[in-house]
Design a protein around this ligand. Structure first.
Ligand code: F6P
Ligand code: E4P
Length: 936
């Protein structure tokens, strides 16, 4: 028997907490009905995401604009049509279950929740408008909502009472229902024809109670109270529907008002994903689940009655809560008020989203546009393939076979799909933490981390800047001793919060920074206070968690371990640093949620506007045609987003002899300097035209272009998600596993070997240079003895020479202290190289890029040629062996040199050409200039 039918035979119906037009019209709802789905619920947030996040409604909106309707009227037409369509599909269930199930719910505007009369009038009006028997009108269970339920039931209208969190409130709802039935009976109505559910919210309770429980170290109560509260409600339900008063109504055909478990998606990723389904199975109940929970339950949910089990335990858990001085009534009442507020906000946002849609449609604005330039047919074929193989749907079902034969490093790397939701739940905790930091007078935050643990915070710090009264956030991801020392001078430890950020909890650079700054801070503020200046962001049970506990860090943020570094922007790794500079995370994450909605399976890129899927297909398909250099042309303000997306694409796709090379920060030249291996991404704000002309030229020259136009910086929330999903889809297309980084380890091993030798012999064993030029040591694969012939031999005399091997690129690896003037120099060298070789040239600082593009450099088809600049340093800084201890066996200078030569060896071992220049750090600019001159 089908799983949902088995569940129904245990007395529980599963409804779906989700709706959107294509989900209904493309047959997905029908498929779920065939699997045993018995109802649908909606709420203002669901409609907000559906309408703002897709083009599903655009055709309707176009027609409605013609009719000169208000935004509110347009909204109503859209949702009424959705509910009617869904109700028609559900009608057979309604009849088959003898009118028990088969309902679709529509909520009255939450803004009316404190006005009984207005709610009643509105509910009646909507019911009439819907013209379907199998609909329920959703009414918030406020004090003013209670008389509404009596009147509505008394008028024969089926009602879904929503936003119930509290036991007493539930009793009031049940009482109002009974009164409604009695009223209907008095009025001569047929009480067997009316139906009702009481939507009792679950996971939001745990999310709030857990915070209080944490403060009291009562870990055993975490994740328990929401279910305990629901079990008590269920006991009350059973009592109410056994009273003589009920029996009398039942005789006349009345149905019980079933408890409907709502908010049953897991908000805390460390809890089992079906906890709020498995734990709440019992007779005469409904559970309305969001799509992710539905998939999880179908995959591994259990089918055992649990609601009647362990009631004593549930009661004692609630008692214990009281004894800990946690007032559940207060929390649940507050939750109702907040729930109402957030639905009202969604409602407002929804109106704004419709307004924007209307504008976009009227002005034919397209915030996302692909110009395929001759590849249209191939892209369309890939889209079809994507559709036929149900790739988007399977990603949301967390099906690892989209990318590989084994689940390893795939199944436990898909947590990012839920990051915006999960992070939203954590905001109040994070804000509380930020307030405490601000109150204590911290001025700076220095984030210590590499790759995925540092790039999103850098986007936030450089793009959003610091809001008044918040911290100045900077990022340290260079082990160059001069850079480390610069921060030591720049930031007074007394005013600084150090964010030690590493998923694995063991990255050598991050640990070295941590030990260094710990000792500096210890010297300044003393052992009692030093821990107060440090926080950790890491995975549970990582090495960092252990050490952070030992060193008494003021806070340890434990991230969902099912998220890889480059996919962590919208998780704690990105949002904690963002909160410290005052980014409005609610706005950012809601923006991401709209993109989540845009990327859903219901929004097929062929029949809809699933832009992440489209983008991923375009990236993957064009790469197969040799257009494997994805070149970002961005607004100045969005420059750092380029660095984040660079890691995402390079580390995800560059492996097993394949890869897409991201090119960011390139000077924009005339089309003649580019080969036919490019695809351009034009990412800009609206009303901005700085690069439009150049982009037009690229289009005219036959290059494919993707245009993405943002309204404001908060739309970056959506961009993070769009590119994550697109990269995952490009991975499918290219037949690679996008979540591992198999070649990163190679360079690490070789660097470690060098360091081990150093520890044994007291010096680094560097290879012998080929030749020296004015103090610059030069290393290469050939026998050249001057720079000009070296470049000619290794790169070629001209573009034709260089491009003999199709699609080559040059990557400049700079193991020097990053600063503005060096940056300029490196980029002008880059431009010179590009002009000469008419090919893509990238620049990255070491060792940062090792945690980003380094994977692709060693993992792709060997298309890169590498130029390393390594500067020694006069001022070195010792890396303490242990935090809190002066003893040191290695310095940052030694570490970075070992990393550079380790990577040189790793690149050579994998058959790449590498040219290395080693020079004195006091004369970086002079040295680079000399090299550039010789090249010229
Ligand atoms: O967060 P962690 O574990 O310190 O890793 C930092 C970076 O290093 C890498 O693992 C590559 O070395 C990246 O994937 C990651 O973003
Ligand atoms: O009908 C119920 C609501 O739509 C829903 O379950 C709310 O859940 P949430 O807490 O996940 O927003």
């Amino acid at each position: 028997m089908l799983k949902l039918n088995q569940l129904a035979s245990l007395g529980q119906s599963i409804w779906y907490d989700y709706i959107r037009r294509q989900f209904i019209t493309r047959g997905e709802l029908q498929k779920l009905i065939e699997k045993g789905l018995r109802g649908v619920t909606s709420n203002p947030s669901i409609f907000e995401k559906a309408i703002a996040g897709s083009s599903d409604y655009d055709e309707d909106i176009k027609e409605l604009i013609e009719q000169d309707l208000t935004v509110q009227e347009i909204y109503e037409k859209l949702v009424v049509k959705d509910i009617q369509l869904a109700a028609s599909l559900m009608l057979p269930v309604y009849y088959k279950t003898n009118e028990l199930d088969g309902y679709v719910s529509l909520e009255v505007s939450p803004t009316l929740a404190h006005n009984s009369h207005a709610t009643i009038d509105e509910a009646k009006r909507l019911y009439k408008l819907l013209e379907r028997k199998n609909v329920m009108i959703k009414v918030p269970a406020t004090q003013e909502g209670l008389p509404a339920i009596t009147e509505l039931i008394g008028s024969g209208i089926s009602v879904n009472m929503t936003l119930i969190f509290n036991i007493d409130n539930y009793k009031q709802v049940a009482e109002a229902y009974l009164k409604g039935l009695e009223l209907l009976s008095e009025r001569g109505g047929d009480i067997s024809k009316v139906s009702s559910v009481a939507s009792f919210f679950i996971s939001r309770i745990d999310a709030d109670v857990d915070k209080e429980v944490n403060k009291r170290n009562a870990d055993h109560l975490k994740g328990k109270i929401a279910i305990a509260n629901a079990k008590v409600a269920y006991q009350i339900f059973q009592k109410i529907y056994h009273t003589p008063r009920w029996k009398a109504l039942e005789k006349r055909g009345a149905r019980v008002q079933r408890l409907l478990w709502a908010s049953t998606g897991v908000k805390n990723p460390s809890y089992p994903d079906t906890i709020y389904v498995d734990g709440l199975i019992g007779k005469q109940t409904v559970n309305t689940v969001p799509p992710a929970t539905f998939n999880d339950f179908m995959d591994h949910g259990s089918l055992i009655i649990t609601l009647d089990e362990n009631i004593e335990e549930a009661i004692s858990q609630l008692e214990e809560l009281k004894s800990l001085d946690i007032d559940l009534d207060k929390i649940t009442n507050q939750l109702q008020a907040e729930g109402l507020e957030s639905f009202s906000k969604s409602f407002e946002n929804l109106m704004k989203a419709i307004e924007l849609k209307i504008e976009n449609i009227k002005e034919e604005r397209k915030p996302f546009r692909v110009i395929t330039s001759g590849y249209q047919a191939s892209v369309e074929n890939s889209m079809l393939e994507l559709k036929m193989q149900r790739i988007v749907e399977r990603i949301w079902e967390k099906d690892y076979t989209v990318w590989g034969d084994r689940p390893d490093e795939i199944s436990n790397r898909l947590g990012w799909l839920k990051s915006p939701d999960v992070s939203l739940e954590m905001l109040s905790d994070i804000y509380e933490f930020v307030e405490s930091i601000r109150k204590e007078g911290f001025k700076n935050a220095l984030l210590l981390g590499m790759g995925g643990s540092s790039l999103a915070p850098e986007v936030f710090s450089k793009t959003f800047g610091t809001k008044d009264g918040y911290l100045n956030l900077e990022i340290l991801d260079s082990t160059h001793p001069e850079k480390v020392l610069e921060y030591n001078k720049k930031f007074d430890p007394e005013e600084t919060l150090y964010i030690v950020s590493t998923k694995s909890g063991g990255t050598v650079e991050t640990f070295s920074f941590m030990k260094f700054f710990y000792n500096q801070t210890l010297a300044k503020v003393g052992i009692k206070n030093v821990g107060n200046h440090f926080i950790a962001i890491t995975d549970p049970q990582s090495g960092l968690e252990t050490i952070a506990k030992e060193l008494k860090f003021r806070k340890i943020f434990l991230n969902d371990p099912n998220i890889g570094g480059r996919y962590s922007a919208l998780s704690l790794f990105g949002i904690v640093p963002a909160a410290l500079i005052g980014v409005d995370l609610d706005k950012l994450l809601n923006n991401a949620l709209v993109m989540v909605c845009n990327s859903e399976g219901a929004n097929c890129p062929i029949h809809g506007d699933n832009t992440p899927a489209k983008l991923g297909v375009v990236m993957g398909t064009l790469a197969e045609f040799g257009r494997d250099k994805i070149t970002f042309i961005t607004s100045k303000q969005l420059k750092y987003f380029g660095n984040w997306v660079e890691q995402l694409i390079a580390e995800s796709t560059g492996k097993i002899g394949k890869g897409i090379l991201p090119v960011v920060g390139e000077e924009i030249l005339e089309p003649e300097y580019y080969s036919n291996d490019r695809i351009f991404i034009h990412l800009k704000f609206e009303n901005e035209s700085a690069n439009d002309e150049s982009v037009e030229k690229f289009k005219r020259a036959g290059h494919p272009v993707v245009e993405i136009i943002l309204k404001d910086i908060y739309e970056l929330g959506g961009e993070f998600f769009r590119w994550e999903m697109a990269t995952a889809i490009a991975g499918w297309k290219l037949n690679i596993q996008p979540f591992d980084q198999p070649n990163v380890e190679a360079a690490k091993i070789l660097a470690r070997e060098m360091l081990a030798e150093y520890l044994k012999e007291g010096k680094l064993n560097q290879p012998n240079p080929n030749f020296e030029m004015n103090g610059i040591k030069v290393y290469s694969n050939d026998y050249s003895s001057d720079i000009t012939s070296l470049f000619n031999n290794q790169l070629g005399r001209n573009a034709e020479d260089f491009r003999e091997r199709e699609n080559q690129y040059i990557a400049i690896h700079a193991y020097v202290k990053p600063n503005e003037s060096v940056d300029k120099l490196l980029h002008s060298f880059r431009t010179l190289l590009q002009k000469k070789y008419k090919s893509a040239i990238t620049v990255g600082y070491g060792p940062g890029f090792l945690h980003s593009t380094g994977q692709l450099h060693k993992g792709d088809a060997g298309k890169g040629v590498f130029i390393q600049f390594i500067s020694t340093s006069k001022n070195d800084a010792a890396i303490p062996d242990n935090a809190g201890d002066e003893k040191s066996t290695m310095s940052f200078g030694t570490l970075i040199t070992a990393q550079a030569f380790g990577d040189r060896k790793a690149l050579k071992n994998s058959g790449r050409k590498v040219i290395t220049f080693l020079f004195d750090g006091t004369e970086i600019e002079k040295s680079i200039n000399q090299i550039v001159k010789a090249f010229n």
